[in-house]
Design a binder for this molecule. Sequence first.
Ligand code: NAD
Ligand code: GLY
Length: 360
Amino acid sequence: MPVIKVNLKKRSYNIMVGAGILSSLGKYLQKLGIGNSAYIITNNPVNNKYGVKLNQALKKYGFTTRFKIVPDSEKSKALEIAAAVIKDLASYDRNRRIFIIAFGGGVIGDLASFIASIYKRGIPCVQIPTTLLAQVDSAIGGKTAVDLAQGKNLVGTFYQPRLVLSDVSILKTLPLRQLKTGLAEVIKYGIIQDPYLFSYLEKKYKDLLNLKTASLEFIVSRCSAIKAGIVGRDEKEEKGIRTILNFGHTIGHAVEAAGGYNKYNHGEAIALGMLAATGISNRLGLLKNKDALRIANLIKKIGLPTKIQGVAYQKIISAHYRDKKFIGIKNRFVLIKGIAKTKIVENIPLEIIKEALRKT
Ligand code: NAD
Ligand code: GLY
């Protein structure tokens, strides 16, 4: 079973990847020694499918469990929901060595780890990601968040989990649209850092769309290793290293916001954002036509959108200026000079962005 270490000195942790490993969770937790009582934050779709299995895996090793169900939507990433969960957690937390398990996709992961980071100034958190996006991205690296009406992810902390357990057999029940969302982030890892992964996706995309276990295990462990490496070198995004994970995200986030967060989901918007960033890189003479074409072809083969439809360009342009990270600059793009060759460029002229959007 692939085990990937996130190297952060005293806050280092393992990412375990494999098919069927959920049933061994109790054994791994016993070794970690982080507590004897699991407070599991999840939602109904995940709990109905896998809650019994998780409960058995914990009970078998003597852990007590409490399942806290929150609504299944981005709306759960809210201060009000966090407050309600924390009150429930506090009333349950009597003479127990308690830890939190985030059991779900990125929404559950962001909410549960946020709660773990602030309750009693921090209690241990274990991530059991159940979507591809969460397994390859959100469960790793310690970014926690809830949203405000003013914007997504505006309240949050950096708080590393104690273990990430990615059981790829759980992905078998993912709806196709959700699978493709995760694959958009996998393509991103290939583009920013891993030519072999990129070629693998070009060859094996059908296996992935058919949820073949070996292919899932390969991409989840490969992407986990890439993210672990980046986070290990730039945990808090202060050195410009973690920034490359934002390839496709400058325009992607703007497309998501301009579409009211329902026209395009995260991965679809990122696919469009990666095409825009590819177009800008090509227009600026950084990227050869043949590489731009490879990227566009892969996105198309996976069945992700390749044309922005039903969202006004002007709305996208306005939204991209509102990124919370742009202070004292107009914009910041992760561009590419080839597969696995990134370059961060600021203040790209509006005309060039508009041209790239028109072609996307
Ligand atoms: P999600 O958590 O909403 O899950 C998508 C849907 O899939 C939900 O309806 C969920 O109930 C369902 N689901 C989950 N697991 C399933 C399974 N195994 N089988 C069937 N259905 C299942 O969405 P997501 O795409 O996983 O995560 C998106 C969130 O992640 C956003 O809030 C985003 O801001 C956040 N995010 C965080 C980071 C980070 O670094 N912290 C990185 C990227 C994204
Ligand atoms: N998903 C971007 C990051 O973790 O930095």
